[in-house]
Design a protein around this ligand. Structure first.
Ligand code: NAG
Ligand code: NAG
Ligand code: NAG
Ligand code: NAG
Ligand code: NAG
Ligand code: NAG
Ligand code: NAG
Ligand code: NAG
Ligand code: NAG
Ligand code: NAG
Ligand code: NAG
Ligand code: CA
Length: 559
């Protein structure tokens, strides 16, 4: 069927959304997706490698890019889904999705770019698309979780399939692809495919990602403000040059392994328990969660060894190391190099502190081979900033081009993240606020930052805290669970992605979000409780007029 004749059929096939997009909000609340118009896949080819190849060959608007389709699967049941996930190794691909054609496209163009695009095109979609930002390879799990919203969904590979730390991709062109170009070209390819497939221009475009994917999201809205309308970035590694040196700093902060100043990993949980003992009540509620690590006065002496306590305690040189861990890293002039690790992140220190293991960015991107802690100097960081290969730092603080075309940016970060410091997100938000102020823009209407108490890097929480860290939305849902819990996803305050959609399409800037936790973190149907999280710099405070396990009894206040 040609694209032209498809148009006539499409106009006669406008149909209502299926009952699957059900909404259960109190009367008066926005629930745009209920009864939403959906569009049929009027021009869809047979979902085979051959059918898809013929289709992409004819997709207009790609200016002579070469597209190849290495594989395609039609998924109409959980059985075919298994076949597909086995093939692409996507362990958390969500089950119970609408029928989709799943395929990969490899693209190249004359400028030397190359990109891999994963596509999940349902037989009906509601006019909007979602991209899973590149992290390592194609994030099929995240893309699959976006199908819940009746979107056509995609994933980009940032130009290479292997994780970033596996070297081999860092050619000059590979660096540009990784920095921003592969995602941009994946986006243009996706939009052209959608237009040809459904005979309708994509209406709204969304993107989500965490960590390296969070950097890609930020780079996208900074470099190509027209690509997306709604962007969600978690724990972004936006400050690559400084992030990389901080990772080395973390590995060596206590000096040589087993020196008298190094803190053995066996003490991390003991430090974490003491932090919890002191900082938990300081936020106003003893609930095993450190909610205001920035405001905690921590007395590290409580951990000191003495004549009666000689084990499970810290010596004087170790206490000095601890002091360094909890302090911002700055130059002699007090310019910030990288923000400190926050109280309440100790449970993950075994992945970040100690164990010198090098840095792929310093070795393979900056090309400083056999880098060791002894080589670390301020001059080297300044040199890295000056070079910033392929300008991978997402450090443009002026988001006005994105704001002015109606773009909305939802930024989130866990307070218990020791991999990417939450302070790096605060720093970016502050700088972006100053840049917006200069242009007379009210930043809260366009960009909000949510710091989530007790959340580690992108997902998870320390065992001793059991904090509420789940904010739903495709990133967390698709990356960590293989299904989306229906009881969290149908309501826009409980699903951060619906919040973003309502913000973009309805102009409703959120005033808070809700996080959730579960009895059993591997089973998201076992909902335990909910709590408000607040747009920075506001913080959640229990009203004491009802249970602390329900979001209604929390306020967002300036502390
Ligand atoms: C969706 O349709 C049902 C049945 O017609 C109606 O009761 C409901 O109010 C509609 N929802 C919205 C958001 O328009
Ligand atoms: C799909 O495949 C069938 C059987 O091979 C063929 O008859 C049909 O023309 C194909 N349709 C499209 C749209 O390519
Ligand atoms: C093709 O060219 C048009 C016009 O210059 C441009 O807007 C579009 O982004 C290009 N598309 C790709 C995939 O390069
Ligand atoms: C094309 O896709 C396949 C995966 O099916 C991948 O192994 C291959 O490296 C890709 N080629 C390019 C140039 O990206
Ligand atoms: C697929 O699996 C989900 C979750 O396990 C289940 O709810 C659903 O009924 C299954 N769908 C089909 C078509 O078997
Ligand atoms: C598509 O669905 C989302 C939520 O699932 C909704 O907010 C949006 O309005 C829908 N878009 C269209 C064009 O119907
Ligand atoms: C720690 O080790 C250094 C170097 O070996 C030594 O000079 C210092 O006295 C030691 N400090 C303590 C408190 O043991
Ligand atoms: C020694 O340290 C432990 C805890 O580390 C503390 O409970 C105890 O009071 C201290 N004893 C003295 C004599 O300071
Ligand atoms: C780090 O510590 C946590 C909490 O004690 C534990 O669950 C995890 O397995 C440890 N990870 C490594 C790499 O040692
Ligand atoms: C780095 O170290 C490896 C072995 O440790 C050595 O073979 C190599 O020559 C070194 N490279 C440079 C550039 O010093
Ligand atoms: C938090 O709420 C409680 C109860 O309403 C109130 O007493 C307290 O002052 C609030 N905390 C702050 C920092 O405003
Ligand atoms: Ca607390």
């Amino acid at each position: 069927m040609g694209f032209k004749s498809g148009f006539a059929i499409w106009t006669s096939l406008l149909s209502l959304a299926s009952a699957q997009f059900k909404c259960s909000l109190p009367a008066g609340d926005i629930c745009a997706y209920e009864n939403a118009t959906t569009y049929q896949a009027v021009n869809a080819p047979n979902c085979t490698t051959r059918g898809l190849q013929a289709f992409v060959n004819r997709v207009p608007g790609l200016n002579g890019t070469a597209l190849t389709v290495p594989y395609a699967f039609y998924i109409d049941s959980n059985a075919t889904l298994d076949e597909f996930t086995d093939y692409v190794g996507a362990s958390v691909f969500t089950t119970d999705i609408p029928p989709v054609c799943a395929f990969r496209v490899n693209g190249t163009n004359a400028e030397g770019a190359s990109w891999g695009l994963g596509a999940l095109l349902p037989t009906h979609f509601n006019g909007s698309i979602m991209m899973a930002a590149p992290d390592a390879g194609l994030s099929w799990g995240v893309a699959s979780a976006g199908l819940k919203y009746a979107f056509a969904t995609f994933a980009s590979n940032s130009g290479h399939d292997e994780p970033d730390h596996v070297s081999g991709w860092e050619t000059p062109e590979g660096l540009v692809d990784w920095s921003h170009r592969a995602l941009h070209l994946s986006t243009l390819t996706a939009k052209s495919i959608v237009k040809a497939w459904y005979n309708v221009e994509p209406k709204y475009s969304y993107i989500t990602g965490c960590s390296g994917g969070g950097r890609q999201v930020m780079k996208s809205i900074q470099t190509y403000p027209d690509d997306y309308d709604g962007a969600m970035a978690g724990a972004p590694t936006w400050w690559m040059t400084h992030q990389a040196f901080y990772s080395v700093k973390q590995q060596t902060i206590g000096g040589a392994a087993r020196s008298n100043s190094s803190i053995p990993a066996s003490l991390y949980s003991i430090i974490g328990e003491e932090v919890l003992r002191q900082c938990d009540p300081q936020d106003g509620l003893v609930d095993s969660i450190v909610s205001r690590p920035q405001g905690c006065f921590f007395n590290a002496e409580a951990l000191a060894c003495n004549s009666t306590q000689t084990s499970n305690c810290l010596t004087a040189p170790q206490l000095e190391t601890l002091q360094k861990i909890y302090s911002d890293w700055a130059t002699f002039d007090q310019d910030l190099i990288y923000p400190r690790t926050w109280y309440g992140s100790e449970a993950t220190w075994n992945t970040t502190f100690g164990n010198p293991s090098g840095s792929w960015y310093i070795e393979n991107v900056l090309g400083i081979k056999n880098f060791t802690a002894q080589d670390l100097t301020y001059e080297l960081i300044a040199e890295a900033d000056a070079r910033d290969p392929a300008h991978a730092n997402a450090d443009d603080f002026d988001l006005s081009p994105f704001f002015e075309k109606g773009g909305r940016f939802f930024h989130w970060h866990g307070m218990s993240d020791s991999v990417v410091s939450p302070g790096a997100s605060v720093y970016y938000h502050n700088q972006a606020t100053y840049a917006a102020l200069e242009k007379g823009i009210d930043i809260d209407q366009h960009y909000q930052l949510y710091l989530i108490p007790g959340l580690e890097h992108c997902s998870g929480t320390p065992e001793c805290m059991a904090a509420l860290w789940y904010l739903a939305g495709p990133y967390q849902a698709g990356n960590f669970f293989n299904f989306t819990p229906a009881n969290v996803v149908d309501n826009y305050v409980h699903d951060s992605f619906l919040t973003l959609i309502s913000w973009v399409e309805g102009g409703h800037a959120p005033s808070y979000m809700v996080t959730t936790d579960f009895d059993d973190n591997s089973d998201p149907m076992t909902l335990l409780d909910n709590r408000k999280i607040c747009p920075y710099p506001k913080q959640a405070n229990w009203t004491q007029t009802g249970v602390s396990t329900h979001e209604d009894y929390w306020d967002c206040i300036y502390v």
